[in-house]
Design a binder for this molecule. Sequence first.
Ligand code: FE2
Length: 277
Amino acid sequence: MSDRHITRRIRGTDTSDGAGVKLKRIIGQPGLDMLDPFLLLDEFRSDQAGDYIAGFPEHPHRGFETVTYMLAGHMQHGDNHGNRGDLVPGSVQWMTAGRGIVHSEMPQQEDGLMWGFQLWVNLPAKDKMTAPRYQDIGPERIPVVHPADGVEVKVIAGELAGAIGPVEGIVTAPVYLDVSLQPGAALTLDLPMGHYGFAYVFEGESALVGGERLHRSELGVLSDGEHLQLTGDDKASRLLIVAGQPLQEPVARYGPFVMNTQAQIHEAIADFRAGRF
Ligand code: FE2
């Protein structure tokens, strides 16, 4: 049977976004422009308030989805349609921006650790102008499974060991798993054939992905295949495994707008300026 392996390794670049939040950009930078359908992956992690306190004040989005997974810290989300949501540790917000929202994500703490991920998932042409939709998922709704000795997995999207992730109705049929591996623990994951995917180690020193060592803060792009072998290294580790159906459509991208053509980008800018979001 076909096993997935690492075809490319990428390290994030240090940057800042919003009103000066320091973060590591892993997808959406010169080393890895995108990994269809994923347009961006940021890890924000700091216990220095100055690195995050200014947050992400009001900004627009159109044409894709933003997925925030909080590991530590507390942010409050709000948009121009009156939607409010609390992003607490362990929670996930899957926001389908669709035809457009203007939102903000602001820290609700003045000190302590703020840690999490934001992933951008593209929408196909037919869904770019869909109505905005939120899936705000508290930590208690995310199933935790132990598919093998020394392995714990939070199933955010997709299916594993009889558990189904709470994120539903996403067009790219994503898999989003938070995998903790004790030293030497081993797991074989089934991933849908044809999905593009990646592994990203965010705790510990390294893990073995498809038999190869992947270090902390390193993203491994996965080959296609039905299975992925994960093995804990000498120390405990934790990694994201994310996969989705590629769209294979043209991408026109300008900051927070991701469409198929330049004309649609111009339209997005005009609509935003005219208050039509
Ligand atoms: Fe945003």
